[in-house]
Design a protein around this ligand. Sequence first.
Ligand code: 6GU
Length: 257
Amino acid sequence: MRYDVVTIFPEYLEPLRLSLLGKAQESGLVQLNLHNLRDFAFDRHKTVDDTPYGGGAGMVMKAEPWGLALDSILNSALSNQPAVTADAEPHDARPLLIVPSPAGKVFNQAKAYELAEQEHHIVFAPARYEGIDERVLNWAEDHFRVMPVSLGDYVLYGGEVAVMAMIEAVTRLIPGAMGNPESLDEESHTGGLLEYPVYTKPSVWREREVPAVLLSGNHAAIARWRRDQQIERTFARRFDMIETYPEDGWDKKDRKL
Ligand code: 6GU
């Protein structure tokens, strides 16, 4: 997977070089290119923003630097295109351009799986201020598949943190990028219920004991207890997930709450 991010704060995304994401880059599974938008601003002050036409609060990101930054990514992507073979299915070769915005469609685990499975080049355009001149997004439609994406119903200063969240969520689903791939099977938002609580040594800590069933060695009882905990938690914290849980997903031994 190749990621390109254009931002006025490339340092903001440097933590993506750490830990398992760093390993995925070292192994060549993932390539992360960070681009400074200011490198594409050619006036003396490297201006990337200006006042909005029509008036109003805040500043708008100028079209010219974004246009040049995206041109440069398109040019470098062209030389990386796989050779076209005669029997290949016709497909949309435009890279995906994700534009983080609280006005986008909400990102979720299903979308993360979709991107991990179907994409090999994702470009991110995180904005600051009040956003990017709309003509950039309009022009970009001709060269990218443009997708405005939100993390949820709250507002951040800018899109950088959203990009970090999406890159983490997608990369860990790429085969080979997960320390322990089995942990993908049991986690929240894959099976339709939230994860069960976990414990490790010592068995007593500040007078609190680990639930006895987990020390019993009875694997069937442990599985039952964990399933009960998942249902209880999901019921208490995310009733919306209970309501959309598939009818045939319930086991006849599942406890009625
Ligand atoms: Cl993607 N961007 C910004 N600026 N705020 C957000 C967001 C994105 N998602 C939720 N809030």
